[in-house]
Structure formats: structure tokens, C-alpha cells
Design a protein. Structure first.
Length: 290
């Protein structure tokens, strides 16, 4: 079991959680992920990418969005509680090397959090790193201060213009691709639609683009096949072959269709969780009025 050290809310449905995991913290590398089990050996196992870690202190941090029954349960845990189990580090680490040109890292929504260790590793390798953080509005922006502390420059984009520049991630990305010295590589993590359009942008300029995929996953060993994606016309498994892939080779339409397979169940679980939240608030209001 893994003891939770810290939990805080980053936005209405996004949470940061730090927990004890000494062996994982010691062995993890940028880009790897975990399989987290919340309550029992029969509970759902969910894949979550590592957002931060400290080998000396023996902890791992994750950032997740409460969008269904399991992540809702996870969001209700607090410091001092325990996770039933954490498996990792899993997946192939990100390819970190020293480049002769800048590297651009694009984070959309909660994808900004798992991008953070990659930015740290790229800087440690001696690279110039530009970071683009995109969200629907200012309240959904995360890890801005953390990125500003390590990156050479950070571009903030919001759909409504409530923070940074109004627009989407591909606007500054295209500008950077048009520079006299274009990026040596672009790394994107976020919603599939954002990564798809980021890849379409970089392909025009023949800029190498790596994406980190977060698909449906069950066992984390490749046995179930739930996380399979088509890359370059071949079947790959995100849990063992990824999560990083050549973004120009990913069949985005196929991947997004597969990710909608359990959308109905996810929406039903989300609705149930919202009803429970509203009921809890009603009880609190009634108790306060007495």
C-alpha cells in the first residue's frame, strides 16, 4: 500500500496527488507512467502518467481529472489515506538527448503535468526548451509556475483569452516552426484532437514530432490489447511500445474512435458522481442551517 502525502485541487475537477513510492521514484524516467489501484484487489486499475518525483524523499506525484467513478473515488482520498497498489514505472521512457536546435513542448489541459518531467530532463541535457501551455480558460491552466521555473520561454494560450494569448496551441507552434532555426523536435501531450492538429502543423515544416498517448488500458503489460493503436500501419500497444510515438504516423481517427468505446459508461458514472456531490452539499447545507 502507498500512503498519500499530499492532495490538492488544481481546478474544479483536476487534482494533484503525492504519495510514497520509493522504488518507483528511484527508477522512473521521464515519460513513464503508473497503474494505480485505489481500494482493493478487485478495484479498477487506471493508467496515470508521472507528473513529478523525488528519489531522495521517495515520493511520486500524479495529476488526474475526476471524470468517472474511479477517478472520483481517487479525488475523495486525502493525505494520510492509502492507495491499494501502484505498479510502475511502466512504458518506454522518453528519448532525451542534446539537440543543436530548440525543443518545443506542447501541453494541453492536464497533459501539461506529465510534460513537466520531460521538460526537466531536456533542460538537464543542456537543451533550449520552449513550452506551450493551452487550456480552455485561465482556471484550467496548470503547472504554469513550474514550467516557467525550468523552460527558456513559456507561451500561454486560452480559448477565451482569459490568460495569455487567445487561441489554440498551434498558433505559437506554427510561429516557432517558421523561425530561421526551426525546432529539432516537438513533443506534445494532451487531448487527442490537440495532438492531431499539432502534428498536422509540424508535418508541413517536416519537424519531428513525438506524442505521448493515454489510451484505454487495463493490465499494463500488453496482454489485454485494450491500449492498441495503429502507428505507421502497424498495431502498437501503448503500455509496452509507448506511450511515446511518432505523431506523424499515428492513425488519429482510429485512436479517437476507440477512445469513445466506453463514453456512455463514463458519462453515466460522471452523472452519478455529480449527483453524489450535490447530495453531499445539500446535507452540509442542512447541517449548517440547524
Amino acid at each position: 500500500m502507498n500512503k498519500i502525502i499530499e492532495k490538492r485541487q488544481l481546478s474544479e475537477s483536476v487534482f494533484y496527488m503525492k504519495f510514497e513510492a520509493a522504488d518507483i521514484a528511484k527508477n522512473r524516467k521521464a515519460g513513464q507512467f503508473l497503474i494505480v489501484q485505489i481500494d482493493s484487489e478487485y478495484g479498477e486499475r487506471i493508467p496515470l502518467t508521472i507528473a513529478d518525483a523525488n528519489a531522495e524523499e521517495g515520493w511520486i506525484a500524479i495529476v488526474f481529472q475526476a471524470v468517472g467513478a474511479t477517478t472520483y473515488k481517487l479525488s475523495k482520498l486525502k493525505a494520510g489515506d492509502y492507495l491499494a497498489g501502484v505498479l510502475g514505472p511502466l512504458g518506454t521512457p522518453s528519448n532525451i538527448q542534446k539537440y543543436d536546435a530548440p525543443v518545443v513542448c506542447v501541453g494541453g489541459g492536464i497533459g501539461t503535468a506529465p510534460l513537466y518531467p520531460i521538460v526537466q530532463a531536456l533542460k538537464d541535457a543542456g537543451n533550449k526548451v520552449y513550452v506551450i501551455i493551452a487550456a480552455r480558460n485561465k482556471d484550467l491552466l496548470i503547472f504554469v509556475d513550474e514550467m516557467k521555473a525550468v523552460a527558456d520561454q513559456v507561451f500561454i494560450m486560452t480559448d477565451d483569452g482569459s490568460a495569455g494569448e487567445k487561441g489554440v496551441a498551434t498558433i505559437p507552434l506554427e510561429r516557432l516552426c517558421q523561425e530561421e532555426v526551426p525546432p529539432a523536435e516537438v513533443i506534445a501531450i494532451g487531448p487527442p484532437i490537440m495532438m492531431k492538429f499539432a502534428c498536422a502543423t509540424t508535418k508541413k515544416y517536416n519537424v519531428k514530432t513525438t506524442v505521448s498517448l493515454n489510451t484505454i488500458m487495463i493490465d499494463g503489460t500488453g496482454m489485454c490489447g485494450g491500449c492498441r493503436v495503429s502507428v505507421g500501419g502497424k498495431t502498437k500497444f501503448v503500455c509496452v511500445d509507448g506511450p511515446d510515438f511518432d505523431g506523424h504516423e499515428v492513425d488519429w481517427n482510429n485512436m479517437m474512435t476507440r477512445m469513445k468505446s466506453f463514453k456512455k459508461q463514463e458519462l453515466e458514472a460522471d452523472h452519478k458522481c455529480n449527483l453524489e456531490v450535490q447530495a453531499g452539499r445539500l446535507v452540509q447545507m442542512q447541517a449548517a442551517s440547524k
